[in-house]
Design a protein around this ligand. Structure first.
Ligand code: G3P
Ligand code: MG
Length: 251
């Protein structure tokens, strides 16, 4: 079987703007767009009062001036935190944005989105459902539907049930032996894998199963080139300064 049409850009900015901006903020999206990227990846989870917002970790400690588990903080408490100063003083005052704010900024900047569903422990299905419902409501169908992904099978299953029309990719670190069964049951369009766990043969097998491949987090241009030669469709990178939007298709 040949890979189905993959409409997404081949280079995706990890956490919005890679390492050049505070991750998962509107400033990160602005940075991704300023570097010419056409697609961004970011991590979405639920506050204690079920607002979908952007944060990678289970706690706000590393990427803000606050402390505590995201699952225990209301969004008004989260929104009061500074999520930019930890990265650089010039980003002081950046917030952890809601998915709604992110969708609006993507529309303004013309960015396609890979929404990684990143549930807090024990909230997999609820997070998958609420993120998918919000994404379906907030993003227009054109030019590109948001691509939902998750390491959590249960979150992606709930996303499939809540918003079946949104494309899905199952995330793996190492690709397990039953990747066909898992991606099949979730009706995925893509498999997303740690690039270190991919090899030419595995890429060919995944593509032969009709799935597209997104490899993360690829920061070495030589490695990106090799993955592209193997048939990897898109890469997610922190180094948007080294691996630009036209990396695979120079003008
Ligand atoms: O979606 C690709 C990548 O973001 C997965 O790893 O931990 O950076 O969310 P992580
Ligand atoms: Mg992520």
């Amino acid at each position: 079987m040949t890979t189905k049409h993959w409409p997404y850009p081949r280079v995706v900015a990890h956490r919005g703007g890679g390492t050049l901006a505070p991750e998962n903020t509107l400033a990160a999206l602005d940075t991704g767009a300023r570097f010419g990227l056409k697609m961004i990846e970011f991590d979405a989870k639920l506050s204690a009062d079920d607002i979908v917002f952007l944060l990678h970790d289970d706690t706000v400690d590393r990427t803000s001036n606050g402390r505590g588990a995201a699952a225990k903080l209301r969004y008004d408490e989260i929104a009061a935190l500074d999520a930019g100063s930890w990265r650089d003083a010039r980003f002081a005052g950046e917030r952890m944005p809601t998915l709604e704010q992110v969708a609006a900024r993507c529309a303004v900047l013309g960015l396609a989105a890979n929404v990684e569903i990143k549930p807090c422990a024990g909230r997999d299905a609820q997070t998958g459902r609420l993120v998918a419902e919000a994404a379906a409501r907030l993003w227009p169908e054109v030019p590109l539907l948001p691509l939902l992904s998750s390491f959590s099978y249960d979150a992606l299953a709930a996303a499939r049930d809540a918003a079946p029309a949104l494309p899905r990719g199952l995330l793996f670190d190492a690709v397990p032996a039953d990747w066909r069964a898992q991606t099949g049951a979730l009706e995925c369009v893509s498999l997303h894998a740690n690039h270190r766990e991919l090899n030419e043969k595995l890429v060919a097998q995944i593509k032969a199963a009709g799935l597209s491949i997104l490899a993360y987090t690829v920061n070495d241009p030589e490695r990106a080139r090799l993955l592209g030669a193997w048939g990897v469709d898109s890469i997610c990178t922190d180094r948007i300064d080294l691996i630009g939007a036209d990396f695979f298709d120079p003008a």
